[in-house]
Design a protein around this ligand. Structure first.
Ligand SMILES: [Zn+2]
Length: 214
């Protein structure tokens, strides 16, 4: 510890910077664990601070921190669909009332999960009939810590944007369980947000997420 601790002074970091490995430190606020290689990375832009006695590392944010909170409505990207859970990378916050509007991007990278029981009001047998990787979804956040617990049960939550699995074109919503490709006619099952048929809202989300949507 005495020799390795020299590398752990305060320093400026941006989201994704490697701070330590999990064998050496515990991840604190403003960090996340990269499970692929066991790195602790910065989740937000700010100053990395190491506590060498408690063996913790945290990042103090440099700006007002915009993070998901219990009760928030968030837009994110489906990254994985497993047999019992859908993993979502959360991008930013929207408000739904009085009219749906994009509010702001989150200050870093936040991960959430929709357990199969929270996907829909109906009995869900196969999650692949509800979400696919690369879908852009509207979710409700249920807790205050990373990784976040999410739900999409009420009708306003679900897919806003999805790509045709056959030709890659943007699917159009047909009803709350169906989307259709305007280019090749392919019909796909999804848990479609009722807001997916709001053209103004979809354009606003698309503008805010111009990079993820390519
Ligand atoms: Zn198509």
């Amino acid at each position: 510890m005495s020799t390795s601790s020299r590398g752990y002074g305060e320093r400026r970091v941006v989201p994704g910077d490697v701070l330590a490995v999990i064998e050496e430190f515990l991840p604190g606020p403003g960090t996340y664990v990269d499970e692929e290689n066991g790195y602790i990375r910065a989740a937000v832009e700010g100053t990395a601070r190491y506590n060498l006695l408690a063996r913790t590392v945290e990042v103090r944010p440099s700006r007002a921190l915009r993070v998901p909170r219990a009760g928030s409505n968030a837009v994110g990207l489906v990254t994985q669909v497993r047999h019992d859970v859908v993993l979502v990378e959360l991008y930013g916050e929207v408000r739904l009332n009085p009219s749906p509007r994009w509010l702001y991007e989150y200050s870093g990278r936040f991960l959430g999960a929709i357990p199969i029981a929270n996907v829909s009001e109906e009995y869900v047998k196969d999650l692949a009939d509800y979400y696919r990787p690369s879908d852009i979804v509207l979710v409700r956040v249920l807790n205050n810590t990373n990784p976040y617990h999410l739900t999409t049960k009420p009708p306003q939550y679900g897919v806003l944007y999805a790509e045709c699995s056959r030709c890659g074109a943007r699917l159009e919503p047909v009803n709350q369980r169906t989307m259709k490709c305007p280019r090749c006619g392919h019909v796909e099952k999804r848990k479609v947000s009722v807001l997916a048929s709001s053209r103004v809202f979809r354009i606003e989300i698309r503008r805010a997420l111009i990079i993820p949507l390519r």
